[in-house]
Design a protein around this ligand. Structure first.
Ligand code: OGA
Ligand code: MN
Length: 205
């Protein structure tokens, strides 16, 4: 992990709330991750994503249209594991420099079929109060402007759009409002959240 980029990321996360990290992983890794996602898709491991947790869970295509597959922290394909190891490193660095108290993270693959989106929302809310930093690794090779699918970040006085380009890691504070704009082409990513709670301690609220 490049130290200069890391310092820049930490600085931008605290200054403006988000950071775009290009070429976070290599082109070969991207291809492998796409093929793992496609395999999961064909074997039916992806489920329609919902909103809310547990009793409040609901499926609503007018809010989000993606399909997801949650990842284990262990027993992953080695490319997935390498990515999770990098996130672990990033997590430790963020804790050392920003005292964010991140204890764990959760990650899923996401596939947005053509003509789907995810309306404006925040990732940290009542039922998901432990999300501190959101991260999205995009896997879309040859993505063109007219394919849409940008992540729109709602900052204080402006909206900033980030294209879902292959190898790009987007980091943002989970309380920021954001939206996935209509994607006109199938859109792949690995999406996750750094949490201020250890997920293995699920008996705690
Ligand atoms: C999400 C989300 C952003 C993206 O899954 O909560 O906002 O760009 N994803 O895929
Ligand atoms: Mn989100």
């Amino acid at each position: 992990m490049n130290n200069n980029t890391l310092f820049h990321a930490i600085d931008q996360l605290s200054e403006i709330g988000y950071f775009v990290w290009d070429d976070f992983i290599s082109k070969e890794e991207i291809k492998t991750l796409i093929s793992i996602a496609n395999k999961g898709k064909h074997s039916g491991d992806f489920k329609k994503a919902g909103i809310g947790k547990q009793a409040l869970f609901q499926l609503d295509k007018s809010i989000r249209g993606d399909y997801i597959q949650w990842l284990d922290r262990k027993n992953n394909h080695e490319s997935v594991q390498r990515f999770l190891d990098q996130i672990e490193l990033l997590k430790n660095n963020l804790n050392e420099t920003c005292y964010l108290g991140i204890k764990d993270f959760e990650t899923h693959f996401a596939i947005y079929p053509e003509n789907t989106f995810y309306k404006k929302h925040v990732d940290r809310f009542q039922q998901n109060a432990h999300r501190v930093i959101s991260f999205v690794l995009y896997l879309n090779e040859n993505w063109k402007e007219d394919h849409g699918g940008e992540l729109a970040n709602y900052l204080d006085h402006k909206i900033e759009k980030v294209a879902p380009l292959a190898g790009r890691l987007l980091l943002f504070r989970s309380e920021l409002e954001h939206e996935v704009l209509m994607s006109y082409k199938t859109r792949y990513s690995l999406t996750g959240w750094m949490l201020d709670k250890d997920m293995s301690l699920t008996f705690l609220p």
